[in-house]
Design a binder for this molecule. Structure first.
Ligand code: ISJ
Length: 113
């Protein structure tokens, strides 16, 4: 048994709490930057603003992370809310990246590929 929730120590001061949060942010931020890099890849591969938002894929991810959160002893509801909010921001970023790539010379698709 090594669930993520079991790795949280009992804290007695806010210094301890914030030290723990900072240590996790040091891991999370680089991962989120890498995730954003995949949005740039998605923007180029899709090359179509109408394909940026993909509701089926969003639902697949929500189902996955709910299950993962539960297995790690966390709240599926919280994980779904976090992921839905995060994906909205990544979708906006993907649109921004597609516009940037097109301004830099990516040719818009002429037909469905
Ligand atoms: C990266 C994609 O584009 C969008 C962003 C997603 C994400 O943040 O994971 C998921 C679905 C899409 O709405 C994708 O289609 O996979």
């Amino acid at each position: 048994m090594s669930r993520a929730i079991d790795k949280v120590p009992h804290c007695t001061t806010m210094e301890e709490v914030r030290q723990g949060v900072n240590a996790l942010d040091d891991i999370l931020v680089p991962l989120l930057v890498t995730r954003s890099g995949f949005m740039t890849q998605a923007a180029r591969v899709k090359n179509d603003p109408q394909r940026v938002r993909d509701e089926d894929r969003i639902q697949t991810i929500v189902d996955r992370v709910r299950e993962q959160a539960a297995a790690e002893g966390g709240s599926p509801e919280l994980m779904e809310q976090l992921y839905r909010a995060m994906m909205e921001l990544f979708i906006a970023y993907e649109h921004q990246e597609l516009a940037r790539l097109r301004a830099a010379g990516l040719t818009p698709k002429t037909d469905k590929e």
